[in-house]
Design a protein around this ligand. Structure first.
Ligand SMILES: Cc1cc2nc3c(=O)[nH]c(=O)nc-3n(C[C@H](O)[C@H](O)[C@H](O)COP(=O)(O)OP(=O)(O)OC[C@H]3O[C@@H](n4cnc5c(N)ncnc54)[C@H](O)[C@@H]3O)c2cc1C
Length: 432
C-alpha cells in the first residue's frame, strides 16, 4: 500500500489517510499505533476516546485465571497476547515517555467455602492439563506473601504469570504516542495520527464496490484505502455496512469500583487477589500507587449505570477475601458494557460479502468481551498485518488465531421491519 500524505481540503472537511479506524478504545488505539509504527498514516475517530469499556477495565492480563470450561479455543489467543505484552508495554512507554502501569506481579486465586475450594481445584486441574502453571498453596504461606488475606479462606492457588496493566494509563500513553507529542524515532514515516473527536456515521463506498472511508456525523469525511471498525458495541449504529457485518454482539455490563488507601498507610495488597466467594467471582487488582480496583459482576439487564446490588456484592465479597477493604476510601463506582459474542471470542478479520468474497478495504475488530485489554497487542498486530499484507514471525499461528476470530462464524442478525433482531446463534464450526 502506498502512503498518501494526510491532506485537509480548503473547507477542512476531508482528511485523507492510509487507514481510518472507527473507535478509540484500547483496540482501536493499539491498532492505530501499530499501524503508525509500520509507517502508515492513520486517523482514529471517536467522540470520547478511551471512555468505553476500556475506561472501566481492571486490566488483568490473566490467560490462566480466565480459563473457562469449553473455551479452549480462546487459550492460544490469550497466551499469545500475554507473551507479547512486555514488549508492547515497553514500546508504548518508550514512545510516550510515561508508565502504562504494566506490573509483572502474580495472581492469587482464593476460595471461601468448601464448594469454592472444590470448584477451584477442578479448574486448576483443567489449567494444568493445558500445561499452565498453577499450584495450590497453604493459606499460611499465602498470608506471608499477602498478610491482608482473610484467615478464613478454604483454598489458595498461585498463578505466577497472570499480570496486570493499567488500562487508563495505556489509553493515555497510546494517545500521546499517536499524537507524536513525544516520539523517540520509532515511527518510520507515518507522522502523527489524526485523532478526530467525532461520531462515525456511515461507511463511504467507491464506485467499484470497495469501502473508501467514513462519513462523520458532522459532515466531515475521512478517505482511506482501508477502514477498520473497532467501535466496541457501536457497530450496530453505523450506516452503510454490508448485511454480513450484522454479527451477534450484546452488551454485558460490569460494575467496577476504585478505592484507595488512607494517606500514609501501607498498600493493602501487592498481588491480584481473585476467586470465588460462595460461588460468586470477585477480584481485587492493586495498582502501583495503592489504589485497588474491585470488580467481577456480569449483568445482561441493559442497566447502563452501576447496579446497587452489584456494588453491594462486590464490597461484601471483596471483604470476604481481604477484610481490610472495609478501611479503604471508595473513590469511584462505574459500570460499562463489555462487547459480548456468543462464544466470547472476538470478531477480527476481513469482512466478506454474502457471496463469500472479501469486501475490499473493510476489516472488523470488535467483540473482545472480557479480554480486550489482554488481547490488545495481538489484536493490533493481526489487524495491522491484514491491512498491510505483512506477515508475523509465526504465520501458521496467526492464521489459526484469525480462524478463531473469523467474523462470519455465526449467522448474521436479521434486519426486519422492526429493526435488528437476533437469529439462532449456532456455531458454524463447533468449538470444543
Ligand atoms: C468492568 C469491566 C472490567 C474489565 N476487566 C478486564 C480485564 O481485567 N482484562 C481484560 O483483558 N479486559 C477487561 N475488560 C474488557 C475490556 O474492557 C474490553 O474488552 C475492551 O475494553 C474492549 O475495547 P474496545 O476498544 O473494543 O472497546 P471500547 O473500549 O468500548 O471502545 C470502543 C470505542 O468506540 C467508540 N465508538 C462507538 N461507536 C462509535 C462511532 N459510531 N464512531 C466513533 N467512535 C465510536 C466508543 O466511544 C468507544 O470509545 C473489562 C470490561 C469491563 C466492562
Amino acid at each position: 500500500m502506498t502512503s498518501a500524505h494526510p491532506a485537509t481540503s480548503a473547507r477542512g472537511k476531508t482528511v485523507v489517510v492510509d487507514v481510518v479506524i472507527v473507535g478509540a478504545g484500547l483496540i482501536g488505539l493499539a491498532t492505530a499505533w501499530e499501524l503508525r509504527r509500520r509507517g502508515r498514516k492513520v486517523a482514529v475517530i471517536d467522540p470520547a476516546p478511551g471512555q468505553g469499556a476500556s475506561r472501566a477495565a481492571a486490566g488483568m492480563l490473566a490467560p490462566i485465571s480466565e480459563v473457562q470450561y469449553q473455551q479452549n479455543f480462546l487459550n492460544p489467543l490469550m497466551s499469545a497476547s500475554a507473551a507479547e505484552y512486555p514488549r508492547f508495554a515497553a514500546a508504548v512507554e518508550q514512545a510516550c515517555g510515561e508508565s502504562v502501569g504494566y506490573r509483572a506481579t502474580e495472581t492469587l486465586v482464593c476460595g471461601v467455602d468448601q464448594a469454592d475450594r472444590q470448584a477451584l481445584t477442578d479448574l486448576s486441574r483443567l489449567q494444568q492439563s493445558y500445561g499452565m502453571a498453577v499450584a495450590s498453596m497453604a493459606l499460611s504461606e499465602a498470608r506471608i506473601l499477602e498478610p491482608a488475606l482473610s484467615p478464613r479462606l478454604s483454598s489458595v492457588f498461585r498463578i505466577p504469570t497472570d499480570h496486570q496493566v493499567d488500562p487508563r494509563r495505556l489509553v493515555s500513553g497510546l494517545l500521546t504516542a499517536l499524537a507524536g507529542r513525544r516520539t523517540t524515532g520509532t515511527f518510520p514515516d507515518g507522522g502523527p495520527a489524526h485523532v478526530l473527536r467525532g461520531q462515525a456515521k456511515a461507511l463511504r463506498w467507491n464506485g467499484s464496490g470497495a469501502v473508501a472511508g467514513i462519513e462523520l456525523a458532522d459532515g466531515q469525511s475521512v478517505l482511506a484505502t482501508e477502514t477498520i471498525l473497532a467501535p466496541g458495541l457501536g457497530v450496530a449504529g453505523l450506516e452503510g455496512l454490508p448485511d454480513t457485518c450484522r454479527m451477534p454482539l450484546r452488551p454485558v455490563h460490569g460494575d467496577i469500583l476504585r478505592a484507595r488507601i488512607p494517606p500514609g498507610t501501607p498498600h493493602l495488597i501487592e498481588r491480584t487477589v481473585r476467586g470465588l466467594v460462595h460461588g460468586l467471582p470477585v477480584y481485587l487488582v492493586p495498582r502501583a500507587d495503592g489504589t485497588v480496583v474491585i470488580g467481577a459482576t456480569s449483568r445482561e439487564d441493559n442497566q447502563a449505570g452501576p447496579s446497587a446490588g452489584g456494588v453491594f456484592r462486590l464490597l461484601r465479597d471483596a471483604q470476604a477475601l481481604v477484610p481490610g477493604v472495609a478501611e479503604l476510601e471508595l473513590t469511584e463506582t462505574m459500570a460499562r458494557a463489555r462487547p459480548g459474542t456468543p462464544d466470547d471470542a472476538p470478531y477480527l478479520g476481513r469482512i466478506r460479502s454474502v457471496s463469500g468474497e472479501p469486501v475490499a478495504g473493510l476489516v472488523i475488530s470488535t467483540g473482545y468481551f472480557r479480554h480486550g485489554v489482554l488481547l490488545a497487542p495481538l489484536a493490533a498486530r493481526l489487524a495491522s498485518q491484514l491491512v498491510t499484507g505483512q506477515v508475523g514471525a509465526d504465520p501458521a499461528a496467526d492464521a489459526a488465531h484469525l480462524s478463531t476470530t473469523d467474523p462470519h462464524r455465526f449467522p448474521v442478525l436479521a434486519i426486519g421491519r422492526h429493526g435488528v433482531s437476533s437469529q439462532a446463534s449456532t456455531l458454524k464450526n463447533a468449538k470444543n
